[in-house]
Design a protein around this ligand. Structure first.
Ligand SMILES: *[C@@H]1O[C@H](CO)[C@@H](O)[C@H](O)[C@H]1NC(C)=O
Ligand SMILES: *[C@@H]1O[C@H](CO)[C@@H](O)[C@H](O)[C@H]1NC(C)=O
Ligand SMILES: *[C@@H]1O[C@H](CO)[C@@H](O)[C@H](O)[C@H]1NC(C)=O
Ligand SMILES: *[C@@H]1O[C@H](CO)[C@@H](O)[C@H](O)[C@H]1NC(C)=O
Ligand SMILES: *[C@@H]1O[C@H](CO)[C@@H](O)[C@H](O)[C@H]1NC(C)=O
Ligand SMILES: *[C@@H]1O[C@H](CO)[C@@H](O)[C@H](O)[C@H]1NC(C)=O
Ligand SMILES: *[C@@H]1O[C@H](CO)[C@@H](O)[C@H](O)[C@H]1NC(C)=O
Ligand SMILES: *[C@@H]1O[C@H](CO)[C@@H](O)[C@H](O)[C@H]1NC(C)=O
Length: 351
């Protein structure tokens, strides 16, 4: 078995024009109530470089008691499909720009058994505890995969939004929401047998467009949303996670009829257009920096920013809809025209 490996998303920056947060040194206010200290924003239609995410290379060996096939998460299954110009969300060939996560139909057989080639990226930060997490996702229409946007520490501390492609082209389409817990762990990972599971109907056909999938996590509750509309709440201290962890996006199949189905008959593509997260950190140094920077800026009108929802206009087709105004209460957006400024502000540390 290969040693698990991570590769940072590396390459060049396509667009030197970006929109960055005005200042927000004192954090991000949500619905006039929650305050988050930190943010992470990756616009996958525009960039193919960031230290915020790492592509996974990792194998789950074939094990007949688990599923018909194993899974091999490979770097080649994560592809950039950049927008063809600064103001477009379309790639050169007219397809939706973004990060492409593939599940391949051609299986691989080796010492770990027969494996389905899959794709996964994780945040390099693992200090994420509570927040509001949003991803623009265009689900595949090829049946036999699971596309997921989730927060993870381990198999008992996990918040999941999962698109099983058996149900992404039907009307209605379905989205599975769950909190993995001690209880699901004791059920062999079957979260459907616990109260922290919901098979939600979507108000759109998931494979026909890009939509914002979002979860808001506080100590007592996880609320799930699509395109800014509330879908479902989960509560209960036995289920709501309390640790710090990382954000993950993946697209996989292991042939399990009860979940992913498949493997897919053709290569299945899930497109991620962006991830925007507002959250708190468990990292002492980050928190000390936040306190210090906020103190030095606290009297400035743009030191605290407001979050509206959904995070951003969702696609070129919906540009008439002004869905986001950062800092409409306390500050404003500010375009930055220098490459260096863009990299520095958006990604903190970069190439
Ligand atoms: C990023 O984009 C540049 C320019 O288009 C390209 O040369 C490079 O190979 C890309 N990197 C990755 C990792 O796709
Ligand atoms: C926003 O706050 C109001 C007043 O506290 C509350 O009634 C409402 O449910 C909140 N909305 C969300 C999306 O949390
Ligand atoms: C997030 O951090 C801010 C600033 O320290 C704090 O006021 C807020 O209560 C924290 N939120 C949660 C859910 O812990
Ligand atoms: C296969 O999975 C079962 C159930 O999780 C586990 O008990 C067993 O050890 C696994 N077999 C191998 C060879 O890893
Ligand atoms: C993006 O905009 C910059 C500055 O206006 C320009 O130099 C660059 O060529 C543009 N890139 C693309 C792909 O259109
Ligand atoms: C990503 O960049 C494109 C082009 O600048 C822009 O139209 C779109 O709104 C951005 N999306 C997000 C979520 O930042
Ligand atoms: C997950 O992490 C929590 C917090 O550290 C711990 O209590 C729990 O036992 C862990 N669960 C597993 C399955 O390792
Ligand atoms: C969700 O409900 C639909 C409609 O009943 C069903 O086809 C699908 O299998 C369900 N998904 C799960 C994971 O149970």
């Amino acid at each position: 078995m290969k040693t698990p490996r991570e590769a940072l998303l590396l390459g060049t920056l396509l667009s030197p024009i970006g929109y960055v947060f005005a200042a927000c040194e004192c954090g991000y206010i949500q619905n006039n109530t929650a305050l988050w200290t930190s943010t992470l924003h990756t616009n996958f239609t525009q960039v193919n470089t960031t230290n915020d995410w790492a592509v996974q290379e990792r194998i789950s060996p074939q094990n007949a008691t688990v599923a018909p096939y194993g899974i091999t998460r490979e770097i080649r299954n994560v592809e950039f499909n950049p927008a063809s110009s600064n103001d477009s969300l379309k790639a050169k060939d007219g397809s939706q720009a973004g990060l492409l996560l593939y599940v391949r139909s051609k299986l691989e057989t080796g010492s770990d058994g027969t494996l389905v080639p899959a794709a996964e990226i994780r945040t390099t930060r693992r200090d994420i505890q509570y927040g509001s997490f949003r991803a623009g996702i265009h689900a595949t229409n090829v049946k036999g995969t699971c596309g997921a946007f989730f927060w993870y520490l381990n198999d008992t501390q996990e918040i999941d939004m999962e698109l099983l492609s058996a149900g992404t082209s039907s009307n209605p389409s379905y989205l599975d929401l769950s909190l993995q817990s001690e209880q699901s762990f004791l059920n062999g990972g079957n979260v459907e047998l616990t109260p922290a599971f919901k098979n939600a109907s979507l108000p759109f056909i998931a494979s026909e467009g890009t939509h914002e999938y979002r979860f808001d996590w506080t100590p007592n509750k996880v609320s799930f949303y699509v395109d800014g509309s509330w879908l479902y709440d989960m509560t209960g201290s036995a289920y709501v996670p309390i640790s710090s962890g990382q954000l993950i996006l993946n697209h996989w199949s292991n042939g399990n009829a009860g979940w992913s189905g498949g493997p897919p008959k053709a290569d299945a593509k899930m497109t991620v257009t962006y991830v925007t997260a507002y959250f708190n950190s468990t990292d002492a140094q980050s928190n000390a920096n936040f306190q210090q920077t906020c103190r030095s800026r606290a009297t400035q009108p743009d030191a605290m920013c407001a979050i509206l929802s959904p995070a951003f206009p969702l696609s070129s087709g919906s540009s008439g809809r002004v869905a986001f105004r950062m800092g409409s209460l306390f500050g404003s957006w500010r375009p930055v025209f220098t490459v260096a400024g863009f990299l520095y502000v958006l990604f903190d540390v970069c190439v």
